[in-house]
Ligand binder design. Structure first.
Ligand code: NDP
Length: 274
């Protein structure tokens, strides 16, 4: 598949007015700017102020809700907005778009509606302020990626599977998703029913890094960027790295401070690197 088939070739529906097109293009540009500009800000900030949820929860960050409700509210826009954006564009939805959409929706169905119900309910709280940030980010990100997907209108057969980028990107996404979900599961099973505390995780990638669930997520969205070969995909991959690398660094610091026997050779998130 040639690069030109990847983006920007969607035939406009006859009823699409130039005003609508300009409006959506403008919104897309704003979303991309916000994501790209906020990435370095988030990256630097999180090295100084650890996000106050989970093991790092502390009071003084305003009202809070239960973690389960928090995850559902803040992640739902990512699940809903991309699909609505693709459908509302009125453009044809070719096979490649369907496939990419399924990858995205698979991840966010898990994150928004499965993970919150699998997590052990310890009564831990989640600050509303963080939920608001994540809600806005997920709305903009879902919009930008939906806007991109609705422009992929020219590949209606399976020929895109001959494109190395699509194949490598999807393989990375699948490997990342598997790593992510399995690592979440390992963490979840550390607690027996009724337990609330934290333990040292062992096995698999946990022997190499503190947060393999974050590593899996980074791999997923880098795969998405490669498969979509889009500015929106790149923006999300950059933001994911900026958001999760400092969090993993804080997690490792926390384990080292909390457990004297925590293996010091474990890196934070990228095996053998960081
Ligand atoms: P954590 O690894 O901190 O926690 C995941 C779950 O496992 C929580 O329910 C937590 O309980 C439990 N847990 C973690 N460590 C232990 C332990 N040592 N012993 C017992 N239980 C433990 O992940 P996050 O909560 O930060 O994130 C959850 C998911 O969301 C991750 O998979 C991450 O990739 C994703 N995420 C993605 C972001 C992005 O930018 N794309 C941003 C943030 C998260 P508790 O809640 O009690 O701490």
């Amino acid at each position: 598949m040639s690069p030109s088939k990847h983006a920007g070739e969607g035939a406009l529906p006859p009823e699409a007015s130039s005003g609508t097109v300009h409006g959506t293009a403008m919104l897309n540009t704003i979303a991309l700017w916000v994501i790209f500009v906020s990435a370095p800000v988030v990256f630097l900030t999180l090295f100084f102020f650890t996000a106050p949820y989970g093991r790092h929860f502390r009071t003084g960050w305003g009202p809070s809700v239960t973690a389960r409700i928090g995850w559902i509210i803040m992640e739902s826009p990512a699940f809903l907005v991309i699909g609505i954006t693709v459908l509302a564009s009125g453009r044809p939805v070719p096979l490649l778009t369907v496939l990419l959409l399924l990858l995205w929706e698979g991840h966010y169905a898990y994150r928004s509606y499965v993970f919150p119900f699998l997590m052990r309910d310890t009564g831990r709280r989640f600050p509303v302020m963080l939920i608001l940030f994540a809600f806005v980010f997920n709305t903009l990100n879902g919009y930008a990626n939906g806007h991109f997907l609705s422009s992929v209108a020219s590949v209606t057969d399976g020929s895109f599977l001959q494109d190395l980028r699509v194949c490598i990107g999807i393989a990375m996404f699948a490997a990342g998703f598997l790593t992510h979900v399995l690592s979440d599961s390992t963490l979840r099973h550390l607690r027996k029913p009724g337990e609330e505390g934290y333990k040292i995780p062992h096995g698999g990638l946990f022997e190499y890094v503190t947060s393999p669930n974050y590593f899996g997520e980074i791999l997923e969205w880098c795969g998405w960027a490669v498969a979509t070969w889009s500015v929106a995909g790149l923006a999300f991959a950059v933001f994911t790295v900026a958001n999760l690398v400092p969090r993993a660094w804080s997690n490792r610091k926390w384990y080292l401070a909390t457990f004297p026997d925590y293996p010091r050779e474990r890196k934070s998130v990228i095996p053998f690197v960081f």
